[in-house]
Design a binder for this molecule. Structure first.
Ligand code: M6R
Length: 612
């Protein structure tokens, strides 16, 4: 979702950073981009609909050059995808603003500003920020910090903003409320960005802003920072460990392809904590032993793919740890009348750690007195882990493709590790069983590598899917969430309409959809529900449906007319859902290739969903 960059560079042209940074934020999803640079005594702005490259070409042609500037990739919320709606927004040639988030009371603010004589060129909520700051700036004798502070006091909603003024050659003001923003420090140059990927080619020294922070920046760093209470504060500077290579494609054609293939490594890295340190509560934080000892149930809150990993985790938590576990979509939970249970552990799962609905759901739970929280997250120092009592990071590395792949499977590793840890603590997992689980985890990366070898067969299936308009995914038990994930991947990157059902539900409605044009993907490993799944498959065959079955060697399937089978090497026990996720990811990736859709940047979607 919208990406922000900005910089004050004492000795270099700021445009080089702005365009490079915006390209590195492209993965977040966007439909237009723009920059505003202080050039002499005016602000020069370049905006374009479409790829950042178009905007960069235009900026180069114009010869834009300056030492202070801001940039933005926009993912449209208020107003269509047009150049006038693209950021930065400028008020009276004096103030330029980039914004991520939504100003909820923008209509009132717009009316107020119109009554003060301001005219609006866009349909965005952001333009009210530009006019409001300008209004305050002129009233207070051109104090940019005070102007942003006064303007922000009027806004309801979520925002991260960067603001420059045409008559201030040295300073920029930033503010954050609910949307991510960091400050990064170079040698006589200071940067801002929505995430670290935008800055690491320039510096690794970063400080994350907290909600409610307003900061005045110059080329030497943070000149002044007030926190949400209006108190002077400092933010800790950390050295980012993100590698530049993880942001590059290398030999791959797409990030999704790269990230699918990185899974053996990502899973091994994430499992390391349990393989080296055992299934011990301390892996989740120094106070985890005490916290885990006092809980009586678990609530998991998440969105999208992370929600499906939570659904899988529920099976493990209930079967291995025997702890009642409830899973909810964050955007639903946060608006529901909830019966709070202070003895319940609230787990949030998020690749980005910045998903607004998940963040707000956590805050809602905390406001109800649910103080015990654990975050499972992939991005270090993002908002969710910072707000949580306990954290365990997945070690997937940067995930750039909008379709989540390695984040999902590494989340599953952490959830499995959590289930075994709680199982041990609660006396349901003995030493021998724990050793068996350790061995399963140790073997997993190798098994996944074997599944990767099935790619040519899966790619051949994908050719058939590419011609279809609909698909059904079926699974049972712990493999039902894999079916959900498979359907989400397919619809998200190929735009083929796909639905997932627990196979037993078929005859309660969806069977009516089945005919010779309906491919039905079945996740059918050798588990206790296999015979039930086989019976459900008969129901499909009898209606002329074409079955595409992912089974393991022990499942004993044979191919027949209308029944295609790909066998994963062997049954991997409790970790089977992780293994069976790989084929559905590859199927979607290759179907997208065959249809010519952009799997890395699917239409209408954003990587990091920082608005409601
Ligand atoms: O960063 P998060 O894990 O919180 O993101 C949640 C969803 O937006 C995300 O998983 C989304 O569903 C993916 N695009 C699915 O591939």
């Amino acid at each position: 979702m919208c990406g922000i960059v900005g910089a004050i560079r004492a000795h270099h042209n700021v445009v080089d950073f702005l365009t490079d940074g915006l390209k590195r934020l492209e993965y977040r999803g966007y439909d237009s981009s723009g920059i505003a640079v202080q050039t002499g005594n005016k602000i020069t702005r370049v905006r374009r609909v479409g790829r950042v490259q178009l905007m960069e070409n235009a900026a180069r042609e114009k010869g834009v050059h300056g030492h202070i500037g801001i940039g933005h990739t926009r993912w449209a919320t208020h107003g269509g995808v047009t150049e006038p709606n693209a950021h930065p927004h400028i008020s009276g040639g004096l103030i330029a603003v980039v914004h991520n988030g939504i100003i909820e009371n923008f209509e009132e603010e717009r009316a107020r500003l119109q009554s003060l004589g301001y005219t609006f060129e866009s349909q965005t909520d952001t333009e009210v920020i530009a006019h409001s700051v300008k209004h305050e700036y002129e009233r207070n004798g051109h104090n940019l910090f005070a102007a942003v502070e006064a303007a922000c006091a009027r806004f309801h909603g979520a925002y991260a903003i960067g603001v420059i003024a045409d008559d201030n050659h040295k300073e920029m003001v930033v503010a954050r409320m609910g949307c991510p923003l960091l400050v990064a420090f170079g040698n006589e140059e200071t940067f801002i960005a929505s995430d670290v990927s935008a800055v690491i080619a320039f510096t690794r020294n970063i400080a994350c802003l907290d909600d409610g922070d307003i900061a005045l920046l110059n080329a030497n760093g943070i000149e002044k920072l007030l926190d949400k209470n209006g108190q002077a504060a400092e933010r800790k500077v950390k050295v980012s460990e993100l590698s530049l290579a993880s942001l590059e494609l290398g030999p791959y054609s797409h990030f999704m392809q790269k990230e699918i293939h990185e899974q053996p490594r990502a899973i091994a890295d994430t499992a390391e904590v349990f393989l080296d340190g055992g299934f011990e509560p301390e892996n989740f934080g120094t106070t985890a032993r005490e916290v885990f000892a006092g809980i009586d149930s678990i609530k998991i809150l998440a969105c999208g793919t992370s929600y499906y990993s939570a659904l899988t985790g529920k099976y493990w938590l209930e079967s291995i740890a025997k702890i009642p576990t409830d899973v909810e979509i964050a955007s639903e939970y946060r608006y529901r009348d909830v019966i709070a249970n202070p003895k319940q552990l609230v787990i949030t799962i998020s690749q980005s750690g910045e998903t607004l609905d998940t963040m707000e759901a956590l805050k809602y739970a905390q406001s109800l007195g649910q103080t015990h929280s654990l975050s499972i997250c992939n991005v270090l120092e993002s908002a969710l882990p910072r707000e949580s009592e306990l954290v365990l990071y997945t070690r997937a590395g940067a995930e750039i493709g909008v379709a989540s792949t390695k984040a999902f499977t590494t989340q599953l590793v952490v959830l499995f590790g959590l289930a075994v840890t709680l199982g041990k603590m609660r006396g349901h997992v003995g030493e021998e069983q724990a050793r068996a689980y350790t061995e399963e985890l140790r073997q997993l990366p190798g098994s996944i590598q074997h599944v990767m070898n099935l790619e040519p067969q899966i790619a051949a299936w994908a050719q058939k899917f590419a011609e279809k308009s609909n698909a059904l995914f079926l699974g049972r038990g712990i493999h039902y969430p894999v079916a959900l994930e498979g359907a989400l991947k397919l619809k998200e990157i190929t735009y083929i309409h796909a639905e997932a059902y627990p196979a037993g539900e078929l005859k309660h409605g969806p069977l009516a959809l089945v005919d010779e044009n309906m491919p039905v993907v079945v996740i059918a490993p050798h588990d206790k529900l296999l015979d039930k799944v086989k019976a459900n498959m008969q129901e499909v065959s009898a209606r002329g449906g074409e079955l595409f079955v992912f089974a393991d060697l022990d499942s004993n399937f044979t191919e027949s007319e209308g029944v295609h089978v790909i066998r994963t090497p062997r049954h991997v026990g409790d970790l089977s859902p992780i293994l069976h996720t790989i084929p559905v990811q590859l199927l979607s990736y290759h179907a997208a290739l065959a249809r010519g859709t952009d799997g890395d940047k699917p239409r209408n979607l954003a990587k990091s969903v920082t608005v409601e």
